[in-house]
Design a protein around this ligand. Structure first.
Ligand SMILES: Nc1ncnc2c1ncn2[C@@H]1O[C@H](COP(=O)(O)OP(=O)(O)OP(=O)(O)O)[C@@H](O)[C@H]1O
Length: 538
């Protein structure tokens, strides 16, 4: 440009433009190609980064385990994994590449101006410095506001999901209007956080725009002064006029892209807040997971175990000690809230006890690798979760790659085969997101089929027949009796019918083990168990 202006101002021959014009054409072409490449690769890199972040987030949430999930609302984690990660795209494809453009573009132009005239160059550099430093000074406040904004977004999302899932309950209690008002309040809260976020980001951009405009105006003014005193040739002033605008253009674009990346910047805070959360349940350092899996029936021992949930007023189980011998079937009974399911959570290491230890074959379960420990245990939970997918896929969760015959065999043993074949596409029927098309009893039989497929040496039945009608219960009972053979089994149950076959019964009361013995012994002792069974049948 400077060369072109010299031709105009100093009336040099137009022949000098000969090389200049193709060079300019080439540069314009190069800019076009680079722009195209940046669009293509920008999208690709953004896609890869988003996938990687989703993968890491999901893995970390899995490592944090059910204990962490219970502390958060599922809708808010879901918002982060979907909307949050998706909103990183403008940040990744726009803002971050523009940072490089701004750094090199503005920096190099300012240096060029400096080479033409150091005084004007210093003014341009000062303008750039303000546009870079001011947002940094604000970053702590901006960070806090962005995090609040993201959290209110996630909360609103969680609220909507909660309301959708609870729709039948809302309808039944005519509570739709009330819920609607709650949601409206939440939406207003979110609106306020958005306005705060917008306010701070507009302040940022106002200062940057002001610094850019002031920088170019001051550079032009000082340049004109220096031309009038004869310290600068007129041609240079024109170059400076053009370049000072160009010098601040990338910074103006940067702040515009910052606005577009608003949600992404907020989501980044939420994402890091999760990734920075320390995992409590870890494989002990030095464990390499190389232990060999054993099929032998294991013995279990709880030794003075005390555990309280975070935020709980008092321990859920206190000083609990009992032993389950290899191959034994032991039932744990107790009133609601006495801590039965907590024992299962501890055995699976969803949580670690604050005091005492749990031994598997005489070795602390914290000394096993988590995959090995969990491979030894099959659980039929109270509440069966079915994933969106076919019946066959849902069964295969317990044994990936199992042949269709194996799935059918397990389903037959769990008395699930007949209802599965009655479904429209048999084993290939899609069972909705939460298995909504299946009854509670059917879901439970699928859960039992999963346990049969897993074929682990330690079996835990947590209220395994609670959702099943009398006729199905008898059938399931028969298959469970077959299942418990050659295994160590812990049955967590209220029903007398499910525990009668147990070798021993452990009675929990008020968080502690109160009695241990056979059904007959405990009845004869006329203690808590006798009372409990009396209550059940009274
Ligand atoms: N995730 C949790 N967070 C906080 N407290 C919990 C949690 N799960 C259970 N509790 C509390 O711990 C205590 C023991 O609960 P637990 O579920 O182990 O009892 P339970 O004997 O299995 O009850 P039920 O027979 O009704 O299922 C209860 O007071 C319960 O409120």
């Amino acid at each position: 440009m400077a060369a072109g202006l010299k031709i105009v101002f100093y009336r040099q021959s137009l022949d000098d433009l000969g090389l200049l014009l193709p060079a300019i054409g080439l540069l314009v072409l190069l800019r076009g190609v680079l722009h195209w490449l940046s669009e293509i690769y920008g999208m690709r890199i953004a896609f890869l980064v988003k996938s990687k972040i989703r993968e890491r987030l999901f893995q970390h949430i899995l490592n944090l385990g059910p204990g962490y999930q219970e502390k958060r609302r599922s809708g808010d984690l879901q918002a982060l994994l979907t909307d949050g990660v998706e909103s990183l795209e403008p940040l990744l494809t726009g803002y971050i590449p523009q940072l490089l453009v701004a750094f090199f573009g503005s920096g190099l132009i300012a240096l060029y101006i400096f080479s033409l005239d150091p005084v004007v160059g210093v003014i341009a550099l000062a303008g750039i410095l303000i546009t870079v430093v001011f947002p940094q000074l604000m970053s702590r406040r901006v960070g806090k506001i962005m995090l609040d904004y993201w959290q209110s977004h996630a909360r609103l999302n969680a609220h909507y999901i909660d309301a959708m899932q609870g729709m039948p309950t809302l309808k039944m209690f005519n509570a739709g209007g009330r819920k609607g008002r709650e949601l409206a309040r939440e939406a207003w809260g979110h609106y306020r956080h958005s306005m705060q976020g917008l306010g701070i980001s507009l302040l940022d951009s106002a200062v940057v725009k002001w610094a850019a405009a002031a920088g170019s105006a001051l550079a032009a003014g000082v340049g004109a002064l220096r031309v009038s005193t004869g310290d600068m040739p007129l041609a240079e002033l024109f170059v400076i006029l053009f370049l000072s605008v160009e010098c601040f253009r990338p910074l103006n674009d940067l702040i515009m892209l910052w606005h577009r990346s608003f949600l992404g910047v907020a989501a980044v805070r939420g994402i890091f807040a999760i990734l920075d959360t320390a995992v409590d349940i870890r494989d002990r350092p030095g464990e390499n997971g190389a232990e060999t899996q054993t099929r032998a029936r294991p013995g279990i021992e709880f030794v003075n175990v005390t555990f309280g949930y975070a935020g709980g007023q008092r321990p859920a189980v206190q000083d609990v000690s009992f032993r389950v011998h290899p191959g034994e079937t032991v039932a744990v009974v107790g009133k609601s809230g006495s801590g039965k399911s907590t024992l299962v959570n501890l055995l699976l290491r969803f949580f670690d006890p604050q005091e005492g230890s749990i031994l598997l074959n005489g070795r602390d379960i914290r000394d096993y690798s988590l995959p090995l420990l969990r491979s030894q245990i099959a659980v039929v939970f109270q509440d069966t979760y079915l994933f969106y997918g076919t019946v066959a896929e849902n069964l295969s969760v317990a044994r990936p790659g199992a042949a269709r015959e194996e799935l059918e065999r397990a389903a037959r043993l769990a008395h699930a085969h007949d209802f599965i074949t009655d479904l429209p596409n048999g084993y290939d029927t899609q069972i909705g997101e939460r298995g909504v098309r299946l009854s509670g009893g059917q879901k439970q039989r699928l859960s039992i089929a999963r346990a049969i497929l897993k074929d682990a040496p330690l079996l835990i039945l947590d209220e395994a027949t609670s959702n099943v009608d009398g006729a199905s219960e008898k059938l399931i009972q028969a298959s469970l009796e077959q299942l418990v053979q050659n295994r160590t089994t812990i049955i967590i149950a209220h029903r007398l019918s499910t525990i009668r076959g147990a070798d021993r019964i452990i009675v929990l009361d008020d968080r502690r083990v109160r009695e241990t013995g056979t059904h007959g012994e405990l009845l004869a002792a006329r203690g808590v168990y006798a009372q409990l069974t009396g209550l059940r049948h009274g």
